[in-house]
Design a protein around this ligand. Structure first.
Ligand SMILES: O=P(O)(O)OC[C@H]1O[C@H](OP(=O)(O)OP(=O)(O)O)[C@H](O)[C@@H]1O
Ligand code: HPA
Length: 183
């Protein structure tokens, strides 16, 4: 979807489709340098990372396998607290495999922390995080290697898979949603 259809809802376009796709290609190359001939499993976190996961896989200059998980996270007033519920589990056996957890955005970090500790229990050879966007003041994930496309500001971002109440996922750019659109 072109941004012009919802331009009134957007405060600022922060990344154009061209900027996103150029960075996705660079991330795919960086990951490939890490794995060389070993084929990692990309674990895409539905639904915010669906677009990113598919584009990353297509840009990857080697073999990859793709799997999906869906989670629901509940945050309370305190950004650091909250709980995560598994809605759809991964169907790929990751024991002994190199895993890349692919998400569209790391915000509080709750989802990613939960995924790292949950997938670690399945004895993968390694776990790496790859997120297109990272919000400010996000906790780091210990010694888990983390690849980030863009560090962004605190506003609510939609587009390129990211939604607000199910809307805007099909925007090709990434944009900050205007306050009046979610008031
Ligand atoms: O770092 P956190 O604060 O945990 O936030 C990041 C998560 O939140 C979003 O998913 P959401 O729960 O909105 O579901 P969705 O992907 O279906 O939109 C996003 O796609 C990440 O998975
Ligand atoms: O900025 C965001 N946009 C969409 N979904 C999100 N989930 C956490 N942060 C965000």
């Amino acid at each position: 979807m072109e941004a012009s259809h919802v331009a009134g809802d957007l405060e600022t376009v922060i990344l154009t489709e061209e900027q996103i796709l150029a960075r996705v290609t660079a991330l795919a190359d960086e990951l490939h340098r890490q794995y060389e001939t070993r084929a990692p499993v990309l674990v895409g976190v539905l639904g915010g990372a669906a677009t990113f996961t598919v584009d990353l896989a297509r840009a990857y200059p080697g073999q990859v396998e793709i799997g999906w998980m869906a989670l629901k996270s509940y945050t309370t007033g305190n950004r650091a607290s909250g709980s995560v519920r598994l809605l759809k589990d991964l169907e790929v056996d990751i024991a002994g495999r190199d895993v890349v957890i692919v998400d569209g955005v790391i915000d509080t970090g709750l989802t990613m922390r939960w995924l790292i500790s949950s997938l670690r229990q399945r004895d993968p050879a390694s776990i790496t995080v790859c997120a297109l966007l990272r919000k400010p003041d996000t906790a780091r994930f210990g010694d888990t290697p983390t690849f980030v496309g863009f560090d962004v500001g605190p506003g609510l971002i939609v587009g390129y898979g990211l939604d607000y109440q199910g809307q805007y996922r099909n925007l090709r750019c990434a944009a900050v949603l205007a306050a009046h659109a979610y008031a």
